[in-house]
Write a new protein. Structure first.
Length: 117
């Protein structure tokens, strides 16, 4: 069973930065897509950013230009660099990994990000 372990969350002031890490227990080459999702209190989980096996990336409109997803294949780790943070970015951030064939989806346990003055 693949494990995904997130780290790097915390409390930051508006305008600040954080870098989240997602360490996988297996080679991240196994996954077709890896991504970050977030869930704020009382809201549904939403997609933040994805990175493909070929390193192609995609972002939610709300984070474009502020967040950057990247991967380090040697460390089996995916990162989310978050800049210019806003209070509305406050949420639990989850790492996600997908294998298309056979279809399998893995989730991390989540890391809390709080943006507040």
């Amino acid at each position: 069973q693949v494990q995904l372990v997130e780290s790097g969350g915390g409390l930051v002031q508006p305008g600040g930065s954080l870098r989240l890490s997602c360490a996988a227990s297996a080679s991240i080459f196994e996954f077709n897509v890896m991504g970050w999702y977030r869930q704020a209190p009382g809201k549904e989980r939403e997609l933040v950013a994805t990175i493909m096996r070929n390193s192609g990336t995609d972002y939610a409109d709300s984070v474009k230009g502020r967040f950057t997803i990247s991967r380090d294949n040697a460390k089996n780790t995916v990162y989310l660099q978050m800049n210019s943070l806003k209070p509305e970015d406050t949420a639990v951030y989850y790492c996600n990994a997908v294998i298309v064939v056979p279809s399998r989806v893995f989730w991390g346990q989540g890391t809390q990000v709080t943006v507040s003055s």
